[in-house]
Design a protein around this ligand. Sequence first.
Ligand code: NAD
Ligand code: ZN
Length: 358
Amino acid sequence: MKFRNFKMVGYVIYGLGSFDQLDEILAPQRKGDAPMIFFVDEYFKDKPAFLSRIPLQGKDKIVIIDVTHEPKTTQVDKLRDDLKAAFGEVSGIIGIGGGSVMDLAKAVGLMMTNPGSSADYQGWDLVKVRGVYKMGIPTISGTGAEVSRTCVLTGPTRKLGMNSDFTTFDQIMLDPSLTSSVPANQRFYTAMDCFIHCVESLQGTYLNAFSKSYGEKAQELCEEIFLEKKQWDDDADEKLMMASYAGGMSIAYSQVGVAHAVSYGLAYLLGTKHGIGNCIVFDKLEEFYPDGVKKFKAMVKKHNIEIPQHITKGLTDEQFDTMINVSLGMAPLWENALGKDWQQIMTRERLRKLYEQL
Ligand code: NAD
Ligand code: ZN
């Protein structure tokens, strides 16, 4: 097919306090007595005032998700096996949290109906069967996981998403009030994921008017929030949530670039998390994204954020090779960033030098 036929999220509800409409939104999706399963970020585990707002009925269950590490295929398979053993069937999976919890909700939702291990479906369009009903409720803004057609998983041999039309959420709920408790440093790292999505999409060779219109708006919102605003407020939470959405829409119809390709190597070898990993890499990418990196550095300075340095110091040749292999495996990202001849431009030697600077 010459043009991609882009699968989007089914329904979107937006607004401060919209979380209180969860019960009525879920009602038509309930199938007999099969429960709704709520995956909830561990931050909320000792927040009874929040947990009591989750509209539990019948056999519904809250599963607290440990987000110390980013989602793994083994974790997805175990959650699926546990739910199957306990309930047989479920009506749906609702992910309430950041990119990690939303991706787990997507992956487990798919694996409730697809046989085998989630590792079998890491790649593009390998999922053949629709999953159960899936809903995403972000509680931190930036990844765009709420709108994307992927759920990123670390598997036995690679970190790669289950990219498919079935992966996209059936419903998302964008309630910016849920993000007000995110600590400033973490908020910055995940927000910069959005900013970097925009820069990589807007500077990429895959750019088109669809992606550009979303990317420009999201980047403008990030700059307004992080460079112009005097202090954080509800308006900032609302704008950052919409920036995340628009940034996600921008890359959905284009691709990310150098920072993502390089940070995937760090994540695979060192377990560096997505938001902070992208910041560590982007900080050193002046030659690829001069204007974006300049703005990024200004934001870092204004918000007194510490970007870790020298994290690859002392690694062995073999470890550098592992990161280089993972990174160069992300061909579409490199092609978007550097064009069709990217292999001549980003040689193993040049990438090694880049990793050594991090
Ligand atoms: P995260 O989900 O790991 O959350 C970051 C931290 O914020 C955690 O410690 C969490 O407990 C905390 N947190 C979340 N909500 C909070 C709240 N309201 N108050 C206080 N603390 C809160 O991080 P993330 O940056 O949102 O997501 C990263 C993950 O998303 C990675 O696994 C990455 O691979 C994935 N990702 C997916 C896509 C996609 O399209 N599917 C895109 C980008 C990134
Ligand atoms: Zn990202």
